[in-house]
Design a protein around this ligand. Structure first.
Ligand code: G3H
Length: 484
């Protein structure tokens, strides 16, 4: 059996190590965001098939939990090797499916192979601990606690469209190394790339049933799978609304949620403005700003705002815009709906008095990089996450104002602070409610072994390779009671 029917361009489900069509007889068409044509189809799975996939996963997990770390490592090393071997083929699908340039798509595949290898090595070096009973008042030396980490069972990995391979493997690899089985539900737009990645895992010879790929309609299987009693942990990356809905549906199981952001670039009066401009442009406009960690607003001191805006405008007007096949940085957004939303934010701001510095041109779902000055708190773009290439400038007159504006956001993913005063940088960093602060650099998730945290509406739990493995295990304590 193969993953794909060439004649119909229809991808299959991967359940218990078999590529199969759904009994529903239905498929979902995937349209490329820039070719504007159907490039493939994925299966619309039924609830009964979800039940079967979860049952197979539990069966497979029993033996996998007993397998040594070295044995698990063998399969995952092969998976990483296959991804590297298939890099061109996978990158081509990523480019066509989510409209990312071939270079960025290839980097995504290679970053994933590195991620898998580091995950293996991290898991190989994770140890439990032992505790003496007599450290506590009245405790006895004859008691020794052995604290180990054990797998949770079946992990549900739900990935987004913007990193259809990397953010999928970033859940699957730690889950497997920790001894879990996986139900993998990719974003529908992203499922063709996700399927190719699973093909690499299949070629690595992973035991049947350990990873099951389910694709389908959210209305049929979305809540069903999240509420399923056979799911023992959920790792989700996606929008804040979906994430908070999911958190309400999932009962009494650990959740790790990586959600939206409204990351500010705080530019102090003493900043190196050339450095700040370069980092802000790369942070805001790479892949058209379709990253949770994109810089989504600039809070700049009024005394340097004009100079910064001049530099930003110059850089923006040099950005390549257009098809990902030409290596463009600013590419068509994932859907027309997304472009409509970004356009609405721009129009609302201009209507309320923001000054358009550059941009605000739209061709279908392609929005040119847009810079808005004099954005104020009554404008939606000051607070909402566009997931598109629009950057609002909010002028401030003090660090306190920048701190307050940062903290008034419903989000708390990352923030960048640009300054030459390291003491001020640390002082601001300590006062802002975000998971990570970048000093003199753009907001971003990597390197992937750093802890990655969203607070408030930006998420729950911690990722980053070691933290992800920990989140997919629980501590188990065995206490030795020695006789004297
Ligand atoms: O979209 C969310 C991703 O986790 C962002 O990752 O900072 O590497 O682009 P990135």
């Amino acid at each position: 059996m193969t993953t794909f029917d060439i004649a119909t361009r229809t991808n299959k489900l991967y359940i218990n190590g078999e590529w199969q069509e759904s009994q529903s007889g239905e498929t979902i068409k995937i349209t490329s965001p820039y070719l504007h044509e159907v490039i493939g189809e994925v299966q619309a799975i039924t609830r009964e098939e979800v039940d079967k996939a979860i049952t197979f996963a539990h069966e497979a997990q029993k033996d996998w939990a007993k397998a040594s770390i070295q044995e698990r490592a063998t399969y995952l090393y092969k998976w990483a090797e296959e991804l590297v071997r298939m890099q061109d083929e996978i990158a081509d699908i990523i480019m066509k499916e989510v409209g990312k340039s071939k270079k960025d798509a290839t980097n995504e595949v290679l970053r994933t192979a590195d991620f898998i290898r580091y995950t293996i090595e991290e898991a190989q070096h994770m140890q439990g601990e032992s505790m003496r009973g007599d450290s506590f008042p009245g405790g006895s030396k004859s008691k020794i606690a052995i604290v180990d980490r054990v797998p949770l069972g079946v992990v549900l990995a739900i990935s987004p469209f913007n990193y259809p391979v990397n953010l999928s493997a970033a859940k699957i690899a730690p889950a497997l190394m920790a001894g879990n089985a996986v139900i993998f539900k990719p974003a529908t737009q992203g499922a063709l790339s996700g399927t190719k990645m699973i093909e690499a895992l299949d070629k690595a010879g992973l035991p049947k049933g350990l990873v099951n790929l389910v694709t389908g309609k959210g209305s049929v299987i979305g809540d069903y799978i999240v509420e399923h009693k056979g799911i023992n942990m959920i790792s989700f990356t996606g929008g804040t609304n979906t994430g908070s809905h999911l958190a309400k549906k999932a009962a009494m199981i650990p959740l790790v949620l990586e959600l939206g952001g409204k990351d500010p670039g705080i530019v102090r009066e003493d900043a190196d403005l050339n450095l700040a401009a370069k980092q802000i442009i790369s942070g805001a406009f790479s892949y058209s700003g379709q990253r949770c960690t994109a810089i989504k607003r600039v809070l700049v001191h009024d005394n340097v705002a004009d100079k910064l805006i001049g530099l930003l405008k110059e850089e923006i007007e040099r950005l390549p815009v257009g098809s990902p096949e030409n290596g463009s940085t600013v590419v068509p957004l994932i859907s027309n709906k997304s472009a409509d939303f970004v356009e609405e934010l721009i129009t609302d701001a201009i209507d309320k008095g923001a000054k358009l510095v550059t941009g605000n041109i739209r061709e279908q779902n392609l929005i040119y990089p847009t810079l808005l000055d004099h954005v104020t708190g009554d404008m939606k773009v000051a607070w909402e996450e566009p997931f598109g290439p629009v950057l609002p400038i909010i002028r401030v007159s003090s660090d306190e104002e920048a701190i307050n504006l940062t903290n008034e956001s419903e989000y708390g993913l990352q923030a960048s602070i640009f300054t030459k005063d390291i003491n001020k940088a640390f002082s601001i960093a300590s006062k802002i409610e975000v998971g990570s602060v970048q000093i003199n650099g753009r907001t971003e998730r990597g390197p992937d072994h750093f802890p990655f945290i969203g607070v408030k509406g930006s998420g729950m739990g911690v990722q980053g390779i070691r933290k992800s493995i920990e989140s997919m295990t629980r501590e188990k304590v065995t206490i030795l009671n020695l006789s004297e």
